[in-house]
Write a protein that binds this ligand. Structure first.
Ligand code: NI
Length: 171
């Protein structure tokens, strides 16, 4: 087990586009494993390789107790819209409101290098879109429905308690 350092939005390297993984080999599997450890430790529901300063198209997620370790993820279909709050391990302490597709289908390579298709909706769809954005150097703060919605987590948590609003944290 190895924990990697998560870089934050003051680091310009987070804005670089990640390269495709030519082959899912042992070094890529080790990266996936270390990213999973780092994500679970944070804790978060997703992590992209850019966030640990590796410019490869690798993402990991844990949604509904299901773990995903994927290389070269690409959206092949998306539909609908969901508007909700999300946060990011690279933008600690803040959440903001972002519109995402409600459902997405992606193709990607799994940890054995086999092509897989994954359909996601709701939180999984949101996490997938958030992580693929990271691979292109895009952060959720670039996609806010309004700058006014960016706020400290503590303030949002208070509001959640009173309004029952769903808050997605740390992807
Ligand atoms: Ni993020």
């Amino acid at each position: 087990m190895a924990l990697l350092e998560i870089i934050t939005r003051d680091n310009p390297r987070l804005r670089l586009k990640a390269r495709r993984v030519p082959k899912v080999d042992e070094s890529v599997r080790r990266l996936m494993d270390d990213m999973v450890d780092t994500m679970l430790d944070a804790p978060g529901v997703g992590l992209a390789a850019n966030q640990v300063d590796v410019l490869l198209r690798v993402i990991v997620m844990k949604v509904d107790n299901q773990l995903y370790t994927l290389a070269n993820p690409e959206v092949v279909r998306s539909s609908g819209e969901q508007i909700g709050y999300e946060g990011c391990l690279s933008v600690p302490g803040y959440i903001g409101e972002v519109a995402r597709a409600e459902k997405v289908t992606i193709k990607a390579l799994n940890r054995n290098g086999k092509e897989v298709r994954i359909k996601g909706e709701g939180l999984l769809a949101r996490a997938i879109q958030h992580e693929i954005d990271h691979l292109d150097g895009v952060l959720f703060v670039d996609r806010l429905t309004s700058l006014d919605t960016l706020r400290p987590v503590a303030e949002a948590a208070d509001e959640e308690a009173t309004e029952g609003e769903t808050v997605t944290l740390a992807v």
